[in-house]
Design a protein. Sequence first.
Length: 396
Amino acid sequence: MKSIALFVCNLLTGFILTAQTVNELEDKGTQAFREGNFSNAIGFFEKAVEKDSNSLYSLNALANLYLNKGQLGKAYTAGIKGLRLSKEDMNFLVVMARTTLAMEKGAEALQLADKAIEKDPSFFQVYAIKGNALDLIGNIQLAVGAYSKCIQLNADYAMSYYDRANDFLSLGRYEQALKDYDKFISLNNRFAPAYNMRGRAYYAMKKYPEAEADYSQAILIDPKNYYAYNNRGRLYADQSDSRKALADFESAIKIGPGIMDAYYEMALCLDAAKNYEAALTAVNKALGVTSSHANSYALKGSVLLKLNRETEALAAAEKCLAVEKLNHDGLIVKASALGNLKKFSEAIAVLNLAVNEYAMDPVMYGLRAFMYKQSGKNDLADADNRKAKELAVKTP
């Protein structure tokens, strides 16, 4: 989930309530916080709440400090109590919106953010929270609008440029994404994920030297950036530089051995280099991390076909299609395995489904033409071959 650059100090030190006197414990807690000693600050504020369970100052401080320490359950408890006692004071609306967002309760975070905006439409950071909540529930277009409002209110608030850029990237609006990444980096040039994500935008636009430069910069800033290594490795693999690609995938795996992506990308690279046994080992490791990745099963099946292990390839294809019923590569592997096993009628049945789902894919028609030919159905084979050639001309 996206991080939000809302600093606890803004809310803690800004929380001033009419007719409330800060007691000695609260004063010590605030001082400890200002010195960066969050654990001591929590201790003082917890003691303050023991003496006065309805202290809004202490409840607000604890909600923010617990959130800062990742103690989400405690943050939620303190925040919800403060929200009730304060009759939905702005400070508690904000900390509760942030807490529910961290708990991945997107709908609740959105509701709280909207209430905060209703109370103070000029508070720019709440629009950033709203954008994050909208992203969490999958409403990317509205999230872009929320980030834009945040930027309108504070043109120097860096994180909303970054978050909006990520949304533009996911929407395929690459030029706009680049502009926002550029702006973010002009405000914060030491944030490695921004270079990695801008590299992805360049990669999508086929600007490979720029993408490589950004991935490398991300790694320079943060040598443990898993995704930058994995993305740069994919770029090298696309350029048929398997040596550099495999080195980057190895680096990614050392950093994140429990993440599937680099194993899968390594398997693709080894497959392209015709190192099939090593590719099989890599894809099995990918499936050991994530057993529900359809494309890994399809890749495994494809590699097994090249090793003439048709029965195992068929089993891998079946697992692929159990995860994703009409997976493109899974259908091809299953039909190919059945064909190699001389089960042409079954292969044709699979390809009938494939042609129905991927009606503009010449590969499906070409493969079915082969199966028809092997079955002695020459007229049908010729018709499919003609269709495959026709589509191949149209396909860019």
